[in-house]
Design a protein around this ligand. Sequence first.
Ligand SMILES: NC(=O)c1ccc[n+]([C@@H]2O[C@H](COP(=O)([O-])OP(=O)(O)OC[C@H]3O[C@@H](n4cnc5c(N)ncnc54)[C@H](O)[C@@H]3O)[C@@H](O)[C@H]2O)c1
Length: 274
Amino acid sequence: MLDGKRLLVTGLVTTDSIAFATAQRAQELGAELLLTALDRDRERCLEAAAQLSGMPQVVSLDVTKSEDFDRLATVARAEFGRLDGALHAVAFAPRDALAGDFLAASAESAELAFRTSAFSYASLARVLADLAPPQGAALVGLDFDAAGAWPVYNWMGVSKAALESVNRYLARDLGPRGIRANLVAAGPLRTRAAGGIPDFQRLLDAWDTQAPIPWDPADAGPVADATCFLLSDLARAITGEILHVDGGYHAMAGALRAPARDASEVGEPVAAAT
Ligand SMILES: NC(=O)c1ccc[n+]([C@@H]2O[C@H](COP(=O)([O-])OP(=O)(O)OC[C@H]3O[C@@H](n4cnc5c(N)ncnc54)[C@H](O)[C@@H]3O)[C@@H](O)[C@H]2O)c1
């Protein structure tokens, strides 16, 4: 399905990363990969990447720095010559923007969440557009359904709403050049980023009661498969789309089952801020 495709994969930091599951699946389907890593995550990224087939090259990328995108384009051109697709799997919000009093978050934290998690999707699109072959290319980003307000997630939720909008504008402007832009709205998965969301367990509990298809938060495989589909030519007429890979949670209007446990058992928030 991805035979001969040259893909850029961002956001791989551990073997739990959605980017790792996608990279692994994309390789099985025939893709060649170029990875990116934030400098402070580089060692962990290399450790995880060692478990992929071959050892894909890892390029430094801090998505808040526009000069990093310029360097990425230069390296990708030199290494690959062209890019057939790219995965945006990056998000970050400081802790005060993720939970607690929504009205008390600082503008700086909200802006950093937006810049890292939404604006950077357009920056990656620019790199892809520069390196896309004449027959076109595919961009895929990872979303957490922003149609409503979550009990936690706060300004990251706002940033995901922005990401959804950016996706539509990219579809508008890049479609005529054969470049598609789509999002996969994933259900909650136990990754490092998820560990930084205070009270993430609440989201897992919501999926336990409301998803018609049982949802396994330890298995990023279904999200990886859908992402590979959108990166492939099988999705050649799909753009501006948000594909929910969430066990059907988004399509239900309320809980289907009683909660497995009492709200008082919900754990304390974890300390990490990614
Ligand atoms: N885990 C979930 O429940 C879930 C659900 C839906 C969507 N998503 C989205 O999936 C994407 C990947 O997250 P994940 O859950 O696999 O977590 P993860 O922690 O494995 O990956 C997050 C990545 O973001 C990178 N990153 C953070 N700030 C960066 C910066 N300034 N520049 C470059 N890279 C930066 C980190 O290095 C890391 O590789 C994110 O967009 C996240 O919002 C996650």
